[in-house]
Design a protein around this ligand. Structure first.
Ligand code: GAL
Length: 719
């Protein structure tokens, strides 16, 4: 028999073993239950939380963006206005339910690229990569699972799945803010859509990584998101002029003839877009020049270059058997075809390398400036189904959500490796792409809606172009061209309409003025892109990302009219262009419109005349010289080229209003990546207004090192 002391020892030993086992069981139960979550705190205002068992593949993996940590640290150290613990997480049925609290009056922006509204509260979205069908239901070209709250925080659900989002539409049984039950028959206050105090997101996987972004306001949240995604893109400078896409079957001679006609008529363009006809086969694609339409691509591209233009090549991702790279890509195809073409697995580095090698040799080395990456967003009938099997084992669902991201990344790599910059188009996007030089576009042409999409693009780290394809009449044509001139990528897309800028004779002058203006605005816009790159501020911004606008609304300003407050609830038809310009587009048939001017004085862009402050102003198209209303902040400096001539090297710095102002103007070689090694200048420009109203412009040291200008002059717009 063991001794009493031995027994005691044994009991002690076994009980500690038992305790250990119980503890281990608890931990295991926790893990198996997948209810754990783990927060990584960060110094830079971004928190990563792993809920349950996140999936191996995410949109951020597809984009492979590296955070700009230096840039992030330059932002304020604002705290999150919500407790991460207040987000309720449930794991059920192999899925993850996320519930975020919503406050009364809180507005939510983003949640994919939407076309109808800016404030997404009280909406339901099924975020799914797709072409836009005219309804804001979540099926869109950029289903970015990111939202920004007016409280000053943002959230990225880093999932490449189709997500269901109920943004302020649902009611929980035990909610402290549960709306009161009412009787439909007798109570006139009964509501079909009772108040909701939460946003719920259904993620169809056993766990997910969620990123929280803080900010002192919605604007800083967006900056933080963009910097986290690598900082905004700084595209090739030539990409900021006007673009023209020629009709689908055009030959080299027709393209050059068309450009000569542009130049003869004085319409400045910097990029010509070739549509499918440049390839020997399209839908599916060969990516090889067509020998009849483009017998000598090098000579053709040299001719373009002589005229000061770059070529942009259309393509989609589906490979023809006739393509010179079909054989090498064959082992990497998915098990479905699209338009009878093979679907390479663009997530595989081997695939991207085959494209990069061929594109370098056949396009880039000959002088091609970039690509239009089409048909990667899908339309259920024109894409592989979710049942598709890809060699990388990324599911069809996840591949579709990120296909466009992989293609944009591939083209970005192609140019970066050659120390070159590009600017192009892509018809789809997802999270993590802020640093990619592409603007998203659509075949959907409703003018009001594509302008709202422009406003909404500013929340989700993408650029958007409301391209002008066609119009019913001269008035609409002029307004479409004018609006796109104030966007990140100004383009006439005549691939099917065959339209020229002068196609509507009555509008030819105002269209020409818009082309000229765009060419002249390149210095200002390039500077805005520099801020996008360095500070994450989008070059085109929604009004709710503009401080002088949000401050005005939150000031408790008693003088602010009821009308202003009402219109301010969902500003979807005006935007900020760069730091200091406010653009208010107009639609065909619209003779006048209301514009919300933020805090501070605003001046007419064209005349320099005082326009108003903190008020709703009425702008008349005809009285404004057939120009859409554009305003400039008091004291702002707007650097422009003296003329739209492609060889112009004279900078004219416009000054607006009566306040002193200054600006650091960014400039570099415009084409290489050497700015990353410090090869750029920030030219100090200032205008001082003395007490007696005299204005004096000054150029600080560094003027001699200018890359793109020989001389600088000031123009005082406000007399
Ligand atoms: C569409 C695209 C158009 C044009 C056309 C050519 O899908 O959105 O802009 O490129 O393809 O086939």
């Amino acid at each position: 028999m063991p001794k009493r002391t031995d027994m005691k020892k044994r009991i002690k030993k076994y009980s500690s073993l038992a305790l250990f086992a119980i503890a281990a069981l608890i931990v295991m139960a926790f893990v198996l239950n997948r209810k754990t979550h783990y927060t990584k705190h960060s110094r830079n205002g971004v928190w990563k939380v792993e809920y349950g068992l996140p999936e191996a593949f995410t949109p951020l993996d597809a984009a492979a963006a590296k955070p700009d940590n230096k840039g992030l640290l330059n932002l304020s150290n604002a705290e999150l206005p919500i407790e991460i613990g207040d987000v309720e997480v449930i794991h059920r049925d192999g899925k993850t339910y996320l519930r975020f609290p919503l406050e009364r009056g809180e507005q939510i922006y983003g949640l994919g690229l939407n076309f109808k509204k800016v404030n997404q509260r009280e909406t339901i979205r099924d975020l799914r990569m797709d072409i836009y069908h005219g309804r804001d239901d979540g099926r869109t070209h950029a289903p970015v699972p990111f939202f920004v709250s007016s409280r000053g925080y943002g959230v990225l659900i880093n999932s490449a799945r189709k997500l269901e989002v109920y943004c302020g539409t649902t009611q929980l049984l035990d909610s402290p803010e549960a709306p009161e039950e009412r009787d439909r028959t007798t109570d006139k206050d009964w509501q079909a859509h009772p108040y909701s105090d939460c946003m719920e997101i259904l993620v169809p996987s056993e766990g997910v990584d969620v990123y929280f972004f803080s900010g002192k306001d919605a604007g800083e949240v967006v900056q933080r998101y963009n910097l986290f995604c690598g900082g905004g893109t700084l595209p090739a400078r030539w990409g900021l002029g006007f673009w023209h896409r020629v009709p689908l079957p055009f030959t080299d001679k027709q393209v050059l003839g068309e450009i000569d006609e542009f130049q003869k008529r004085g319409f400045p363009i910097s990029v010509v877009g070739l549509e499918p006809g440049w390839q020997s086969n399209s839908y599916p694609c060969t990516y090889d020049w067509d020998k009849n339409r483009f017998p000598n691509p090098k000579q053709f591209l040299d001719e373009l270059s002589k005229r000061g233009l770059k070529a942009n090549l259309w393509m989609n991702g589906y490979v023809s058997k006739k393509s010179s790279i079909y054989g090498s890509l064959r082992p990497f195809f998915a098990d479905h075809t699209v338009w009878c073409g093979g679907v390479p697995d663009y997530s595989m580095p081997q695939v991207r390398k085959i494209f990069i090698d061929a594109f370098k040799k056949n396009h880039l080395d000959l002088g091609v400036g970039g690509y239009k990456l089409d048909e990667n967003d899908g339309n259920d009938r024109w894409l592989y189904p979710d049942t598709t099997v890809f060699p990388s084992e990324i599911s069809g669902e996840q591949f579709r959500q990120t296909h466009a991201v992989f293609m944009a990344r591939m083209i970005n790599d192609l140019y970066s490796r050659e120390n070159k910059r590009t600017y192009g188009l892509v018809r789809g996007a997802n999270a993590g792409v802020s640093s990619y030089p592409f603007a998203v576009y659509s075949d959907y042409t409703n003018h009001a809606d594509i302008l709202t999409a422009l406003v909404n693009s500013s929340f989700i780290g993408i650029l958007w172009t409301p391209e002008a394809c066609n119009a019913r009449n001269a008035d609409e044509w002029s307004k479409r061209i004018q609006a796109v001139a104030w966007s990140p990528l100004a383009m006439l897309n005549a691939w099917s309409s065959g339209k020229k800028p002068w196609s509507f004779a009555e509008a030819a002058d105002s269209v020409k003025a818009a082309f000229d203006l765009r060419a002249r605005l390149v210095p200002y816009l390039y500077n805005a892109f520099w801020r996008y790159h360095k500070e994450g501020v989008p070059p085109v911004r929604a009004m709710v990302l503009e401080k002088s606008f949000t401050d005005l609304l939150s000031d408790g300003n008693a003088k602010l009219s009821e009308e202003y407050r009402k219109l301010a609830q969902d500003v979807k038809d005006q935007w900020m262009f760069g730091d200091d310009i406010l653009v208010a587009p107009m639609l065909g048939g619209q003779a006048s419109r209301k514009v919300l001017l933020p805090k501070g004085k605003w001046f007419d862009f064209y005349t320099g005349k005082y326009a108003g402050q903190a008020e709703v102003v009425n702008a008349d198209f005809a009285a404004n010289g057939s120009r859409i209303p554009v305003y400039v902040r008091d004291g702002a400096l707007v650097p422009m080229l003296a003329s739209s001539d492609k060889d112009c090297r004279k900078l004219v710095v416009r000054h607006y209003g009566n306040k002193s102002g200054k600006l650091s103007l960014y400039d570099d070689d415009g084409e290489t990546l050497e700015y990353k090694d410090g090869k750029f200048i920030l030219l100090p420009l200032s205008v001082e207004v003395s007490e007696d109203g005299k204005k004096e412009g000054k150029v600080g040291a560094g003027a001699k090192k200018l890359f793109n200008y020989d001389s600088v002059e000031f123009e005082f717009m406000t007399k």
